[in-house]
Design a protein around this ligand. Structure first.
Ligand SMILES: [Zn+2]
Length: 328
């Protein structure tokens, strides 16, 4: 769990839950359902904190129960996930019996014992049946939070014993602001469809993709043009659509220029490469200035929907020309 990170969206839903807790009208078994990555699990964990916090503004994140829960070591906050050592992603009957055993013991210290099942749709029929009675009538002071992005896949018998809490997507506006604050590409908000979790995974994939393009470009530099064009063809096809791939290559050329400028100024480059000194000798300063103009031109043409590969061929021919003029 770690630290008290902000949770995006679904604010009203949490307020309602917190209020129900303060008024003593909690349902003993909630089913948090909604799209993947919108904060269901995070809310379940925050709920456990709220219910057990001894601070003033709950959850404070600093009192003893809060710290134990955040560290994942509070004996009365039980998180059950599929056993990763098994081939199938299930919550097994053994795990169900483990929960029942744990609940048969006295509570250690918690005001309210919290059991989180994530994802609850991974419960096997046997496991679900073993837990039915417990879901229906848990020991006093026990709170169940079942988490699922696939409520329809959940055992009907389990679903009927829980109170559904429906999570919605996070607003584009909120997601965009959050991505920007984290230094991530705000454009990911659109593809992430209101899921911060998805946005993070996309950002990770995007970073890997960029790394691959950067490596491939630097590998192709100074090679005969037909080899370079083979790269632009591949680069133009990378990603979900060709233009996104072409834009990444243009970005990679821009990064290369920035690294050359850094090397010329004896600053560490953002992305080191054994040939960087040689390229700097070749391009600094006139070649870099000319490449900046070629880059601006390439971006203009891409905005005008010129075919990505055509733009890349021209840009990289110019770059190779700059490199060859000095090495000659
Ligand atoms: Zn606290």
């Amino acid at each position: 769990m770690g630290e008290l990170v902000p949770i995006l969206g679904n604010t009203l839903l949490r307020e309602r839950l917190w209020r129900a807790a303060d008024d003593g009208r909690l349902h003993h078994c909630y089913l948090f359902e909604g799209p993947e990555g919108v904060g269901k699990r995070l809310t379940a964990e925050r709920f456990a904190l709220f219910l057990n916090c001894e601070g003033e503004a709950r959850p404070c994140g600093t009192c003893r129960p809060c710290r134990l829960i955040l560290a994942g070591t509070h004996p009365d906050v039980i998180v059950v996930e599929p056993d990763t050592s098994r081939a199938t992603r299930i919550l097994s009957a053994d795990q169900a019996r483990g929960i029942i055993d744990a609940l048969s013991l006295q509570r250690h210290s918690a005001r309210r014992r919290v059991v989180i099942l994530d994802p609850a749709d991974a419960l096997t029929e046997e496991a679900g049946n073993a837990l039915l009675k417990t879901f229906e009538e848990p020991p006093a002071g026990t709170q169940f939070c079942l988490v699922t992005a696939r409520p329809a896949a959940l055992l009907q018998t389990v679903r009927s014993r829980s109170q559904r809490v429906r999570f919605g997507p996070v607003s584009q506006q909120e997601l965009t602001a959050w991505l920007t604050a984290r230094g991530l590409d705000a454009a990911l908000a659109i593809e992430a469809e209101g899921s911060p979790g998805r946005a993070l995974r996309l950002a990770e994939g995007e970073a890997q993709e960029r790394q691959a393009v950067r490596d491939a470009l630097r590998e192709a530099l100074g090679q005969p043009l037909h080899r370079l064009f083979a790269f632009t063809e591949a680069g133009g096809k990378k990603g979900d659509d060709g233009e996104a791939g072409a834009a990444r290559v243009v970005d990679a050329v821009e990064e290369l220029m920035a690294d050359i400028v850094a090397t010329a100024a004896n600053r560490p480059p953002r992305h080191a490469h054994p040939s960087l000194r040689g390229w700097t000798r070749a391009l600094w300063p006139g070649g870099v200035a000319r490449m900046e103009r070629h880059l601006a031109h390439a971006r203009d043409r891409m905005r005008l929907n010129v075919n990505g590969r055509t733009v890349l061929d021209a840009l990289l021919s110019n770059l190779n020309l700059e490199l060859s003029q000095v090495t000659r």
